[in-house]
Design a protein around this ligand. Sequence first.
Ligand SMILES: Nc1ncnc2c1ncn2[C@@H]1O[C@H](COP(=O)(O)OP(=O)(O)O)[C@@H](O)[C@H]1O
Ligand SMILES: [Mg+2]
Length: 256
Amino acid sequence: MALRAEAIGHAFKRHLNGPPLDVLNGIDLQVEAGQFVAIVGPSGCGKSTLLRILAGLIDPLAGRLLIGGVPSTGPDQRRAMVFQQPSLYPWLNVTDNISFGLPPLRRRLGLADQRVNELVERIGLQAFADHRPDSLSGGMAQRVALARALAGQPEMLMLDEPFASLDQQTREDMQDLLADFIADERRTAVLVTHDIDEAIQLADKVYLMSPRPGRLIAEFNVPAARPRPADFRTSDALVVLKRDIVDSLRAAMATG
Ligand SMILES: Nc1ncnc2c1ncn2[C@@H]1O[C@H](COP(=O)(O)OP(=O)(O)O)[C@@H](O)[C@H]1O
Ligand SMILES: [Mg+2]
């Protein structure tokens, strides 16, 4: 399922009568089915706002969003979100949190169990299947959130800095898990992150956003097949590309 953003702009009201805060300006973006796109940019440039618009959670003030060629009319099962904070239901165990990601009808018909068990296994939490979120580490909780998002077999996964609050090793493990998941299930993904290494490790294409009001100012193709091995993180290809992106980001920050 392809996604197309055309000339999207957005602003937020600040004070009752004050001028609005311009957050996004003229965003054109095409994401092909099966593609993994990352969007990087400085803090506050409008990344989360853009992702919420792409997920159908916010109506943009300007431009339009096409999902599979049809104008989006709000959030739907085809687009699932993963946030920085896993936001699991504290009173449900791991299995039940994941099955909450399934459409209600499938859950009622008992069609859910096999898919949910598969996902629990996939994230390596079989021994914690009946544990509640308060007994999980941050990394485990985020694995559950990822499994919940994938439970309903969304065509597209939208990820907003999903691993930003994890330690380095856990973050890399999660990136590898995500990369395998997306590749095996042939999903489309849009990842927002301020971590340039993460963007290059995971995506086919990295877009750079300017400081607010956010515009897409450059795009970089990552010349390597997915999913990438862990040691791609220290490869020449990654290091060279990262230098390019950092240079462009510096130039954008300097000119505002
Ligand atoms: N609901 C909102 N109401 C008012 N201002 C908002 C709202 N959401 C975000 N903003 C402002 O919009 C700007 C962009 O925010 P955001 O999209 O979260 O940026 P990023 O994710 O790149 O850090 C920030 O200045 C933020 O304070
Ligand atoms: Mg954000």
